[in-house]
Design a protein around this ligand. Structure first.
Ligand code: FE2
Length: 266
């Protein structure tokens, strides 16, 4: 375990074997570090870099042949250009979102690549938080929350996600898996920043391809502008790609799953 030069940022060594992600810490130690000590924790090499790049390339190939959607229905596979200021969240954002709620509709090769990363992520989160959440079943069983896999592309040229926070439950721990190589696929920005005890925690330079950032879900966070000096183009693959694993609970109130507006710092 490495204490970085930032008080609230810790790095731990990760391992990926037989489809299981583990770290040098036990799940109990890791849960305490993230939830009780409120440390932003980067699991280094949680997933092999080649596998992370393979997933990113497969998602790009899929979006090239799949029409853009206007809205997410939480039961199928969608991708959208998202650019607005949320009325509820008061949080501006600009990114290309891909959501997968029906793996069965994907072709076999793409589904296999998707599950080779997402099933380890799903198991890891369940082990860490001591839950047993599944991906979406069809039809969706009444009253059952499920994972809503999202792959987000922050194209170079200024894409970002403004400061926001989430309810702690039912997610508890947020997971962000990097699918892009720092200094190669993008040069700067599009990394997550957090605010803890009034201090800004910056993950740029720490969170590289295959690494997984873990954070307590109610800590305010935002994504800095990606390579703002470059030309923005929705159809430029360059930029930063991340895989995240939010829980979606259609029966929760309110149903807005993504975020809430500005909140005092933790
Ligand atoms: Fe968030």
């Amino acid at each position: 375990m490495v204490q970085t030069d930032q008080k609230h940022l810790i790095e731990v060594a990760g391992s990926f074997q037989n489809g299981e992600i583990t770290t040098e810490l036990s799940f109990d130690e890791l849960r305490k570090l993230v939830l009780d000590d409120i440390k932003i924790t980067i699991v280094k090499n949680a997933v092999p870099a080649e596998l992370a790049a393979k997933l990113r390339d497969a998602v790009w190939a899929w979006n090239q042949k799949t029409p853009l959607s206007e809205a997410d229905d939480f039961v199928s596979n969608k991708h959208r250009h998202r650019c607005l200021v949320s009325k509820l969240q008061q949080s501006p954002y600009l990114f290309h979102d891909h959501t997968f709620d029906n793996f069965g509709e994907l072709d076999e090769e793409f589904r296999s690549i998707m599950l080779s990363v997402y099933e380890p992520l799903r198991k890891f989160w369940n082990n860490l938080t001591q839950h047993n959440i599944e991906f979406a079943q069809h039809p969706v069983p009444s009253g059952t929350p499920y994972f809503h896999p999202q792959i987000t592309h922050y194209p170079v040229g200024g894409s970002f996600f403004g400061r926001h926070w989430h309810d702690l439950a039912p997610q508890y721990v947020g997971i962000i898996l990097s699918l892009s190589k720092y200094g190669v696929d993008y040069s700067s920005g599009s990394n997550t920043n957090f605010e803890i005890d009034g201090e800004i925690v910056r993950t740029e330079g720490h969170h590289d391809i295959g690494d997984m950032t873990l954070f307590r879900y109610d800590v305010p966070h935002w994504i800095s502008h990606s390579d703002a000096a470059e030309k923005f183009d929705w159809y430029n693959k360059r930029g930063r790609w991340v895989a995240i694993l939010p829980i979606y609970d259609p029966w929760a109130v309110p149903t807005e799953h993504m975020a809430k507006g500005p909140q005092p710092a933790k």
